[in-house]
Design a binder for this molecule. Structure first.
Ligand code: PMT
Length: 413
């Protein structure tokens, strides 16, 4: 199993990037400094990053910056001697992905026109690897018809274009053209790398976080779910090539990127969202912590102290997972504090699930809030299978492997 890397903003970047050969093309933009941080994070996640700088890029950042953070070559000159091979052909053939970050209007135009006037342009023309570009430019350059025409041509050739943001550019102009931050770029890179994965063309719905059942306008009954387990599953599904719909209740962890997110508060809202999206999905993974009970009535005004005990009548929420038809692959968790296996087995049957992952939430290293989890896999086909304590991203990778297998079986029937 790989080491998990958590970025400064708390996103985990592991798995799919490990041992991937990424060619990073860097163009002459103020945003080039972000490419150094990106190269460093990709390297830490196990990717082999080789950098090609345009001549203009080398005026903003140096090849040495990239070799220092990647421990690999950074090239500028098309005619760099490389005995025994032709540099741009070798780089193009070896790559799992060519990512041009930042991509200037000039380089986008040269790529669109098929020019071969520098190392980056020649490598782009030669490669059969997927290509991603992240435009970064000032003022009206991005919206200019010529730039848009270049991007349209590139999109037509299968190039993945990262949408720039509205924001303040170095010039002080506020316009669309600002390059997204490193975490968002990594999510895009992971999405492209996973595009032909085992869940390509499939839709996976994932729930995360804890529902909140209102008592009055300021108070609710909730739980300690951070969203970490559900978010790790949503990222793992995205990395397998799936279109992911993440239905998230209250969470404290940083949300994942590169998917459709639906925010809900109560169990009833989660149920409505799950039913809507599960209807078009191939798999549903319910990692969210759903309240089994809600107050029968939520008061319209804040409850006042009276000096007397306060009784609140709770009524049962419907079982969301149980209500979803068995036509799609249904996966749940069992959050238990006692008699873990027996309770989880009951849930496998009563909810009509294909898989249940039982976690003992009384352990400090598992379940709510922890970065790790120890789960036991329950299925209708095999005896209970305890997995070792792992990072939640690793648990998610194992779960997605199982889910991919079941989705494949289901679609072959
Ligand atoms: O978010 P984290 O801090 O990372 O914590 C992760 C987790 C502990 C929340 C997660 O690993 C987990 O166990 N999630 C399931 C929590 C839960 O609601 O468990 P349960 O045993 O009460 O329910 C069993 C299954 O039925 C769950 O998949 C649940 O989503 C689903 N359920 C529960 C109640 C309900 N009314 N409808 C449901 O569909």
């Amino acid at each position: 199993m790989n080491e998990e890397l958590v970025s400064e903003s708390g996103h985990s970047h592991m798995g799919i990037l490990n041992e991937k050969r990424i060619l990073l093309g860097v163009c002459g933009s103020v945003a080039a400094f972000k490419a150094v941080a990106l190269a460093s994070q990709l390297n830490q996640a196990g990717a082999e990053v080789t950098t090609i700088l345009t001549k203009d890029a080398a005026r903003f950042v140096t090849p040495l910056s990239f070799t220092s953070v990647t421990q690999r070559p950074a090239y500028v000159d098309l005619y760099t001697p490389d005995p025994g091979r032709i540099l741009h052909v070798a780089l193009a053939e070896e790559a799992d992905l060519l990512a041009v970050i930042p991509a200037t209007a000039n380089t986008l135009a040269r790529m669109a026109q098929g020019l071969s006037d520098d190392l980056l342009a020649c490598t782009y023309l030669s490669t059969r690897a997927p290509v991603l570009v992240a435009p970064a430019m000032d003022g009206g350059m991005y919206t200019n018809a010529a730039t848009q025409a270049s991007l349209a041509t590139l999109r037509d050739s299968g190039v993945h274009v990262v949408e720039p943001l509205e924001g303040r550019a170095a010039s002080g102009l506020v316009a669309k053209g600002r390059m997204p931050e490193v975490d968002a770029l990594i999510a895009e890179i992971r999405t492209v790398l996973g595009r032909n994965g085992p869940l390509a063309g499939k839709t996976v719905v994932v729930t995360a976080g804890g529902t909140q059942e209102p008592l009055d306008p300021v108070r609710y009954i909730g739980n300690r779910s951070s969203g970490k387990m559900g978010f790790a599953l949503a990222e793992a599904a995205r990395d397998c090539g799936a279109r992911v719909v993440l239905i998230q209740a209250a969470t404290t962890a940083p949300p994942p990127l590169g998917m459709t997110t639906v925010s809900v508060t109560t169990a009833a809202e989660m149920q409505a969202a799950v039913n809507e999206h599960a209807a078009q999905a191939d798999a549903l993974i319910m990692a969210g912590a759903v309240a089994d009970y809600r107050p029968e009535t939520a008061r319209s005004q804040k409850t006042k102290r009276t000096g007397d005990p306060l009784a609140i009548r709770l009524v049962e929420n419907e079982d969301i997972l149980a209500g979803v038809p068995r036509t799609l692959v249904k996966v749940g968790f069992a959050a238990e504090t006692d008699d873990v296996l027996r309770n989880a087995e009951k849930k496998l049957t009563s909810k009509g699930a294909d898989l249940i992952f039982a976690n003992d939430v009384s352990r400090p290293d598992s379940g709510f809030g922890a970065d790790t989890n120890q789960v036991v896999v329950l299925s209708n086909a095999r005896p209970p299978e305890p997995l070792p304590l792992m990072a939640k991203s690793e648990v998610a990778a194992v779960i997605l492997e199982r889910v991919s297998g079941l989705v494949r079986e289901r679609s072959e029937k």
